[in-house]
Design a protein around this ligand. Structure first.
Ligand code: HEC
Ligand code: HEC
Ligand code: HEC
Ligand code: HEC
Length: 154
């Protein structure tokens, strides 16, 4: 083998080994099926984000804060999915809380109707879930800028 061919083979081998490590890494993340920190930027719900993008520590919420899956994930009847396991398929909140954008309060709505109206929206479901628990437990952020880092200018 001449020198150049040897060099090319060497480069290919190094690249190949690198690819193996890369694929193994990706598979490990997929197999555990437990999303770590999620960048909450749902562009189907909000074509434009006016607030800073929320970084949600999904894994820490499950593993460090002692919460069960069913405190956030539920079925089509709203019943908690407590037997959910890492790797199971999970429906996005928007699939059921399917209205996009922000709810608007109509003066004629009773508090109950307003509550129900908000829950039809991804916006309302997410805020009630996150902030509701933080308020209830007296732990976790409840102020806008504690979750939305720096308001983005349009
Ligand atoms: C504190 C709330 C909370 C807890 C507890 C929680 N999750 Fe989630 N999970 C979420 C939210 C919010 C999403 C994003 C949903 C969306 O995009 O609409 C999500 C998404 C997921 C996804 C999909 C990720 C993706 O990228 O599509 C999986 C899988 C998942 N969760 C599994 C679990 C399992 C298993 C448990 C229990 C061990 C669990 N979750 C506990 C809030 C939670
Ligand atoms: C398969 C459909 C479905 C999915 C997916 C879904 N929900 Fe729901 N959700 C419901 C139903 C049904 C109810 C009960 C509605 C009612 O009480 O009027 C409900 C109720 C709620 C409530 C009010 C009751 C409570 O538990 O506090 C919140 C908050 C909520 N969902 C947030 C979420 C979030 C956050 C996600 C995503 C992690 C999500 N939902 C995913 C169907 C769904
Ligand atoms: C069922 C209860 C519960 C729900 C639902 C919940 N959290 Fe939390 N969260 C906590 C608790 C408890 C802490 C405080 C942990 C500590 O300080 O020890 C916390 C802490 C946090 C923190 C600060 C620490 C960190 O890990 O970054 C952020 C940010 C946060 N939550 C965002 C969210 C968002 C976004 C959602 C909704 C998608 C959410 N949480 C839903 C219970 C909850
Ligand atoms: C516990 C964390 C948390 C707190 C506190 C919080 N939010 Fe959010 N907010 C979220 C999450 C998560 C989303 C969903 C973003 C996505 O998936 O695209 C969201 C979405 C939004 C959106 C739509 C997206 C955008 O950027 O335009 C607006 C507007 C918003 N929040 C305003 C507020 C305001 C105003 C407050 C204070 C009253 C607040 N939020 C408090 C977590 C939080």
């Amino acid at each position: 083998m001449n020198h150049t061919v040897k060099q090319i083979l060497m480069v290919l081998t190094i690249a190949g080994v690198g690819m193996l490590f890369l694929t193994a890494g990706i598979n490990a993340a997929e197999e555990s099926g437990m999303p770590d920190v999620m960048t909450m930027k749902n562009e189907n719900a909000f074509p434009q984000h006016r607030m800073g993008i929320v970084e949600f520590s999904h894994k820490a919420h499950c593993e460090d804060y002692g919460l069960t899956c069913g405190e956030c994930h539920h079925d089509e009847n709203g019943q908690p999915l407590n037997d959910l396991a890492a790797g199971d398929p999970v429906q996005g909140c928007l699939e059921c809380h399917e209205k996009t954008g922000r709810p608007r309060r109509d003066q004629s709505m009773s508090p109950e109707e307003w509550q129900a109206e908000q829950l039809k929206y991804y916006y309302g479901a997410i805020h009630e879930n996150c902030m509701g628990c933080h308020k209830e437990k007296g732990a976790g952020p409840t102020r806008c800028t504690e979750c939305h880092p720096r308001p983005e200018t349009q």
